[in-house]
Ligand binder design. Sequence first.
Ligand code: NAD
Length: 539
Amino acid sequence: MLQLSFALTRHVLLRKKILASCKRPAVFMSTLLINQPQYAWLKDLGLKEENEGVYNGKWGGRGEIVTTYCPANNEPIARVQQANLEDYEETIKKAKEAWKTWADVPAPKRGEIVRQIGDALRQKIQVLGSLVSLEMGKILVEGVGEVQEYVDVCDYAVGLSRMIGGPVLPSERPGHALIEQWNPVGLVGIITAFNFPVAVYGWNNAIAMICGNACLWKGAPTTSLISVAVTKIIAKVLEDNKMPGAICSLICGGADIGTTMAKDERVDLLSFTGSTKVGKQVALMVQERFGRSLLELGGNNALVVFEDADLNLVIPSALFAAVGTAGQRCTTARRLLLHESIHDEVVEKLSKAYAQIRIGDPWDSNTLYGPLHTKQAVTMFLHAVEQAKQQGGSVVYGGKALNRSGNYVEPTIVTGLPHDASIVHTETFAPILYVLKFKTEEEAFAWNNEVKQGLSSSIFTKDLGRIFRWLGPKGSDCGVVNVNIPTSGAEIGGAFGGEKHTGGGRESGSDSWKLYMRRSTCTINYSKDLPLAQGIKFQ
Ligand code: NAD
């Protein structure tokens, strides 16, 4: 009890220290943030001015040196030396070698090590969440929430480590057993996007590990410090357990390293999370070598609101789904389909809610809405707003970049566009919500499904028949199909992913573990006869 209260006090003090330090303005504008006393907490994650971005049991890196920037002020945080192709070669060999040890560890024991990783993340949840806020730019609660998601997946994976397995099936032949055996695929390459720099790796890593795979991770270059910090936490657990560190290898790099992974036959499964454009290139490279890929690509998600919807649920749901993470979630609501009878009322209420959004530094606990990740994202936002206007849309809220340091834009609502306008069918990774007016259920369901992507979708209604039509064969064609909740904020227990140009992959919960394993159908003859299947006599 005393220990718990001590830990809580320490936790609260550390959080206060981080928050207080983040609020102070940067003193030396040209120096790295990590060298300023108020960012000393970054050292609690083992980070320094210049960090090695390759881990394979040993830290190293001989590639380009990348500086990462804080999106809230564009100040440089610290540097990470990326991998070159020699580092890649050395690391993949070590990862393959490490797999031989890991595959021999019984699954529940692998689960125990994953449990320790979850605990190690728990210890660092505030400081790592703060780094997510500092380097990616999302608000602190979401940064901490991402680490929590990894912890949750670890817990889930621990249970799974005692449950994965195949059925024993009835054999048609006497004295024969027919069983399904699941084995790890071997080495799982994991390429992740900037917007979930911890959680997406977590979903893949914890599940891949209990399945008996080694992992080779390449995060986004702009969130390299997070990749290094997470890997340091995992590496310590592996080392404490006298396991080869290369079981969870890290290879920081850009498109060159990503392409090398996609083409490399030694990568037994390539899990790719990112844009549809890059994902398609990756998928084709993997397919070219008959490899396996798991794709988690772009979304263009709709909230569909019917005339009988409870608007007390609709407004906060639309706000969270469209504006949360400044519109930089794959599940962000980009289209709001409103029944014509409630269109004006919802637009008015939502605009009022937008006016209440507290914009500010992402690490400030009062802030609900932070910056975009990069300057280029601001340019893309402005371009999309212009396109929307040219295609017939009216900006009823926002539409501009904010006049402050950092990559801030106004959360934006556009009405009046045709449902099939090309900009409406484009995933602009920014907080722009296109509001469309529909007349019938048939029209609304068709519009939901007419975009190329198929990630997340949600309807708001009290009509039971409509709910089941939405879930059924002629309803939403997405991988995430919700009712009376936002499109974003998925739980880890369900399989996560989407259809069509979202790539078809599933990660995290339910039976997604199967994608990280290979299945063998095994027939064992324990009789003295040799009956053939289908009654064939071959004599
Ligand atoms: P991105 O496609 O630009 O980059 C993703 C990753 O691919 C990065 O690590 C990048 O370095 C790497 N990469 C770039 N070029 C490559 C190449 N030629 N070969 C191999 N790897 C390469 O995406 P982003 O801007 O980082 O992330 C935003 C996108 O990710 C959005 O489209 C979003 O919807 C999507 N996303 C999807 C999910 C999901 O679960 N479906 C989750 C998060 C993000």
